[in-house]
Design a protein around this ligand. Structure first.
Ligand SMILES: NC(=O)C1=CN([C@@H]2O[C@H](COP(=O)(O)OP(=O)(O)OC[C@H]3O[C@@H](n4cnc5c(N)ncnc54)[C@H](OP(=O)(O)O)[C@@H]3O)[C@@H](O)[C@H]2O)C=CC1
Ligand SMILES: O=C(O)C1=N[C@H](C(=O)O)C[C@H](O)C1
Length: 265
């Protein structure tokens, strides 16, 4: 499968270049960065700390997508929406790891999925997606007398909050309770907030240092607490998940898929 990495010079972009170069059945067909990036013209392999791969970084996604079967995209929301439109035109696979997408962005991805095979997830790791399945079951089993709080910590450079993973886990908890996350989500608390509203799902965001990604879902009842946690130790696990998603989606019809579909959870 011929795969393009967009955002090639990013933290995840470099991981994705390595993952594609090392994966069986995949070749790196192109590497894309934004116009004006210092990475343009550099060899993608060298950029990622590998041997040269003979693939120079360019700012021309249109040409790259036309000669590829799929795109791995961990960039920023505006770029991801633009890439989904190009992936739809080229009828290829678009794996979206980008987080912080708005409702409007998601609607555009749904439209692109009429022609592209899009796999989107706030977290591409097996562990987190398994955790989400467990959270859904625990939320359904415990009932509303247990308060649900989700805590996450990431490195100091992360730009969106709550994390995509925290929201994915919140969606799982809400689904377990049979409610919409939008109706019960509390993402900020400051000052005299009053007592916690029954049924709320709260989010707490920590940022600092080089933390790859820590998430905990806390079920707090009267006199007891259950905490389900995941700690990501290396970004390569997200990159490996993205390559797996691309290979999975290659023979599928157009549509919007998740890692739950890919992993069969
Ligand atoms: N779903 C998952 O499993 C995971 C998701 N993520 C998400 O992936 C995203 C990226 O994270 P991370 O790698 O840490 O961030 P980085 O900022 O390190 O990387 C993003 C890259 O995208 C580039 N970029 C921005 N706009 C464009 C454009 N129009 N065309 C091409 N490239 C562009 C940036 O370039 P420049 O800096 O020059 O603007 C940068 O190199 C975040 O949303 C993060 O939350 C991260 C890890 C796992
Ligand atoms: O920005 C990151 O780094 C990460 N982003 C994803 C998220 O928002 O949950 C996944 C992972 O936790 C790392």
């Amino acid at each position: 499968m011929r795969l393009v990495v967009v955002g090639a010079d990013g933290r995840m972009g470099k991981m994705l270049i390595r993952a594609v170069a090392e994966a069986e059945g995949c070749t790196l067909s192109a590497a894309i960065e934004r116009e004006g990036s210092d990475a343009i013209g550099h060899d993608a392999g060298t950029l990622a700390g590998l041997h040269p791969l003979g693939v120079p970084v360019t700012d021309d996604p249109l040409t790259a997508f036309a000669a590829s079967d799929g795109v791995l995209d961990f960039t920023v929301p505006a770029a991801t929406v633009m890439f989904s439109e190009l992936a739809a035109q080229a009828r290829i696979v678009h794996v979206v790891g980008t987080t912080g997408l708005s409702e409007d962005d998601l609607a555009k991805l749904r439209a692109a999925a009429y022609h592209a095979r899009i796999v989107r997830s706030g977290n591409m790791s097996l562990g987190v997606n398994l955790l989400a399945a467990l959270v859904k079951r625990v939320a359904a089993a415990l009932g509303p007398e247990f308060d649900i709080e989700i805590a996450e910590m990431h490195h100091r450079m992360k730009v969106d909050a709550p994390s995509g993973t925290a929201l994915l886990l919140g969606e799982a908890a809400a689904a377990g309770r049979g409610v919409d996350l939008a109706d019960v989500r509390v993402s900020t608390r400051d000052g005299h907030t009053g007592a916690r509203k029954p049924g709320d799902i709260g989010f707490a965001t920590l940022r600092g240092g080089s933390v790859v990604g820590d998430h905990s879902v806390i079920f707090a009842g009267a006199g007891e607490r259950i905490t389900l946690s995941h700690h990501a130790e290396d970004r390569s696990l997200f990159a490996a998940g993205a390559v797996k998603a691309a290979l999975w989606a290659h023979p599928k019809p157009p549509g919007l898929y998740s890692m739950t579909d890919v992993l069969g959870l």
